[in-house]
Design a protein around this ligand. Sequence first.
Ligand code: SF4
Length: 370
Amino acid sequence: MIYDSSVYVHIPFCERKCGYCSFYSAPSDEKTRTAYAKALCRSIETYRTMHLECPSVYFGGGTPTVMENESLISVLSKIKNVFELDDDTEITIEANPKTVDIRKLTELREAGFNRISFGVQSLIDEELAALGRIHTAEDALAAVNDALKAGFDNISCDMMIGIPKQSTGSMLYTADRLSELPISHISAYMLSVESGTPFYEMGVDTDDDVQANMYLDLCERLAENGFEHYEISNFARDGRVSKHNTRYWKREYYLGFGASAHSFFDHERRSCDDDTQQYIMRQTQQDTVNEVFPDELEEYIMLGLRLSEGILFNGLRMYGASEETVSEIRKKAEELAGYGLCRVTEKNISLTDSGFLGSNAVIGEFLNLC
Ligand code: SF4
């Protein structure tokens, strides 16, 4: 019996494509956005009879705030109507600073959104221009200020490591300025140049060693500024971690609605096609099942080691690891701890900041033993 699931809503619209972006999103017109919101509502409606409790809702994109409030609020109302939300349900919306004003933010807050995540990326205008962002540093600061005035007290900002023309000093300047704001959360992502993006076509290069050093400097600075490093790319103050994203890392169920949205529900990992027009045309969402009963032990290691709390030896046993495998994993962890990549206690294994940096390789070492 399934009794709860988070909800993710993908809004595949942006004002303009940023040079580095590989997410599914594109410019749109109002008619398309309205029709898309209606299609989302039809698909959400199909879960009514399940009476699922919903601990978190996340509107991501794309840029959800490109969509008119009427449409955003109609989708949130449908979710509230179909799922069982309570006062503790975290309801996040991602926003681009250039696409909000005090009126828009106030209406969203009044409609029930209680967490907002701004794509700030940098507080240096030259770096924002290099990324192809549509906003300036001043826009970002004004947006955070407007969100506070609108009543949001749980605000996250994204920043980026390894932007063309960025130095360690300028990255730390952005981190410090963000830390001075009354925000609760920072996500920091390394720029990666994916094929098919304008940056890839332009031959923009990233330097792994430089990015690695910048990441370590940023982790140190954010810790000094009072942020707990709770996941590879995420830092929270006052314990205000992203409840929604934490559910992904803990393998809890979430239903994704919209073109290109992913779900993990009823032991299935599923995804919806990257096709907005098709999504609008269909009566309800049709997902492709990518995996049934995914390997629990493998996922527990892969996702659990992203979190600073790490994985428990008892958790390995619970997901089917034999005593021999547990002991081999412990031995490997002790070996990697000697290189400063992880910490091992009686009960658990967790990665250090250096371990997070090489997490793919480190996690691969453990998976090889399963
Ligand atoms: S605003 Fe975000 S989703 Fe939209 S193009 Fe830029 S990076 Fe991609």
